[in-house]
Design a protein around this ligand. Structure first.
Ligand code: SF4
Ligand code: SF4
Length: 386
């Protein structure tokens, strides 16, 4: 794709990066076939190619984002299927990240949206605050249909996303010793939302690792990976969270890896090196953290796994999270692990993004919310267990 940035614009490393990405795109449109938002509404502006054109136009003219650009970029689920499909290696993720930061800086959203985004950015990444909010949301959940009928659809969407059980307690900094001879030592990102909504995932991760001789450290001072606010374009907040994690993790001696079991968070931590490449104080340290970052299944696949009990012999269908298969290009380890543990793993023939990450789910239009829900229910039809 031909671009027309001026030399003065290209002196900015962010613009230079956008230029490099845009020039790689040859407009072929292969990416449209795997883009869930384009598949759902057929609007070119809700396809990766259409979004790339919108971003190009906005950045080249260095103009404030319009309501139209904000709408179509907001609808992007960041599933990154377009990056897997693209034959030209267009790094859509870095381009859309830059577009989101530009929108955040230059577009004044309607009041209700601004308030909602502010609330999310101040709550979700901070487990203690979010725990209080979840407790309140649990009490208010029955009001979701009424709020939706009154037109407060985003508030209703947030209440619908709230769990039906009380939130867990965030993991505290600690070192959990290996059971038996120690064969490894890892740092585990406890995370923010995940640790409260599904505490059993971190608990199971720690059990499996320690049972296989791996010491697990939850580091003092680590918190949200930054992806929640990064996807909202709040670049400064995201980079501050990344720096806090880098300081915290690099203070832990002797760690073989930094493990992450929420794949969206893993995609972001693996990108810290890029995100902080222009920060002289953090560039090298961020790259070091990214090189240590692994999805938990990548690490487990390298261990001689022992089933906890007799082989279950059940057929399971494995639906790979978009951020794991497209963001991190990790596809085989989860199936290999399930196979080693005695499960018969079935492939799901046709999969598009089905889970709808939290921020777009709250902000995208009802048609996309409905489409994502339909995709998800369609996936479960052919499976004994997902
Ligand atoms: S990240 Fe996903 S939703 Fe966004 S443009 Fe690419 S394929 Fe479409
Ligand atoms: S598949 Fe790649 S090169 Fe083709 S239009 Fe999409 S982003 Fe551009």
């Amino acid at each position: 794709m031909k671009t027309s940035f001026t030399l003065a614009q290209l002196a900015d490393p962010h613009v230079a990066e956008a230029d490099k990405i845009l020039r790689a795109c040859v407009h072929c449109g292969f990416c449209t076939a795997t883009c869930p938002t384009y598949v759902l509404d057929g609007n070119e502006l809700d396809s990766p190619r259409g979004r790339i054109y919108l971003i190009k136009d906005m950045l080249e003219h260095d103009r404030p984002a319009s309501a139209e650009v904000a709408l179509h970029i907001d609808r992007c689920l960041s599933c990154l299927a377009c990056m897997t499909t693209c034959p030209s290696g267009v790094h859509y993720m870095h381009l859309v990240d830059q577009a989101r930061a530009h929108i955040e800086r230059t577009y004044r959203r309607p009041l209700g949206e601004r308030v909602m985004r502010e609330v999310l950015a101040r709550l979700l990444p901070y487990p203690r605050r979010f725990r209080l909010a979840l407790t309140a949301a649990l009490a208010a959940k029955p009001l979701a249909p009424l709020l939706a009928a009154l037109g407060a659809t985003r508030l209703a969407a947030m209440l619908n996303l709230a769990p039906t059980r009380p939130p867990g307690r965030p993991l505290v900094p600690q070192t959990v010793p290996a059971i038996g001879p120690r064969r490894g030592r890892v740092i585990l990102l406890a995370g923010c939302v995940n640790d409260l909504l599904s505490p059993e995932i971190n608990a199971a991760t720690i059990r499996v690792l320690t049972r296989h001789g791996v010491e697990v450290v939850i580091a003092q001072g680590a918190g949200c990976c930054g992806s929640l606010v990064h996807h909202m374009g709040r670049e400064h907040q995201a980079l501050d969270q990344a720096r806090a994690n880098i300081d915290s993790w690099l203070a832990v001696p002797g760690a073989d890896a930094i493990l992450i079991n929420a794949s969206g968070c893993g995609t972001t931590v693996k990108d810290y090196g890029f995100m902080l490449r222009t920060d002289p104080a953090y560039a090298k340290r961020a790259a070091a953290v990214s090189s240590l970052a692994k999805d938990v299944c990548e690490y487990l696949a390298g261990l001689p796994l022992k089933p906890a009990g007799p082989a279950p012999g059940r057929a399971v269908a494995y639906h790979s999270a978009c951020s794991l298969q497209h963001g991190q290009r990790v596809t085989r380890p989860p199936k290999e692990i399930l196979g080693k543990l005695g499960f018969a793993v079935k492939d799901i023939p046709k999969v598009i993004c089905a889970a709808a990450p939290p921020v777009p789910t709250i902000f995208c239009s009802p048609i996309l919310q409905e489409g994502c829900a339909n995709a998800k229910s369609g996936l479960s039809r052919d499976c004994d267990l997902m």
